[in-house]
Design a protein around this ligand. Structure first.
Ligand code: DAT
Length: 211
């Protein structure tokens, strides 16, 4: 059983997944110093992994995007993330969430940018994690703006994790939202670790209690 929770930070490209994952991990590092136990969160950027290992199946020229070979991707990350594969603490950062087995993940955070103007500007002018300009246009821009308006990723997340409370939608319009979201996720992490430790010690006591 994992000691630390696995979290997915998902949402339409441009909602702030990488920004949030990075800040959350920084916060965990700083705050762990004053918390009785360190919670070592680690970033799992699926886009980076797919690029690094060339887990691409094809290229969709209309949407100007690589189609990822999900089987290869899951095979690759299974060793580090699946049940029994270490202590957990992964912060998975990807716009797709419903390909991961339900039991690999403890919390699904769907970031939402409800201000369409702000979102549009992010997709057209902002830079991605590699410092490349996003410069979305045409069908790619239209599809992503529509997906954000209709909450497509949130719907996929709720279908994949139907259990109450596993999926949370958080607003990501301004920089202060990122800060607030990271604080909330961090509080949740601490609580999870505490509950989990209690559960495990309860189970151990239960194991030894029989005659
Ligand atoms: P994603 O990983 O979801 O594709 P990102 O973290 O790369 O998104 O962010 C895209 C751009 O938007 C980047 O320039 C940072 C900015 N941004 C994201 N969320 C933000 C927020 N809540 N407030 C201000 N800027 C934000």
């Amino acid at each position: 059983m994992r000691k630390f929770p696995n979290i997915i930070i998902t949402g339409t490209p441009g909602v702030g997944k990488t920004t949030t994952a990075t800040q959350l991990i920084e916060l965990a590092e700083t705050e762990s110093a004053s918390f009785s136990e360190k919670i070592p969160l680690k970033h799992l950027s699926i886009n980076k992994i797919a690029k690094q290992h060339n887990f691409y199946e094809s290229y969709d020229s209309e949407l100007q995007t690589h189609v990822i070979d999900e089987e290869k991707l899951l095979d690759h990350i299974e060793d580090v993330i699946a049940d029994g594969a270490g202590d957990g603490g992964w912060v998975i950062d990807w716009h797709v969430c419903d390909v991961f087995p339900e039991r690999w993940v403890d919390l699904v955070v769907v970031l939402r940018c409800e201000d369409t103007q702000v979102f549009y500007e992010r997709l057209t002018t902002s830079k991605n994690a590699d410092g490349e300009s996003r410069g979305y246009e045409g069908k790619k821009l239209e599809e992503n703006v529509d997906a954000e308006i209709f909450g497509t990723v949130a719907e996929e997340a709720r279908e994949a994790w139907p259990e109450q409370g596993q999926v949370v939608e958080l607003k990501s319009v301004q920089a202060e939202d990122v800060e607030e979201n990271c604080e909330r996720i961090w509080e949740w992490c601490k609580q999870w670790v505490k509950n989990n430790a209690e559960k495990q010690s309860g189970e151990e006591e239960g194991d030894g209690g029989g005659d």
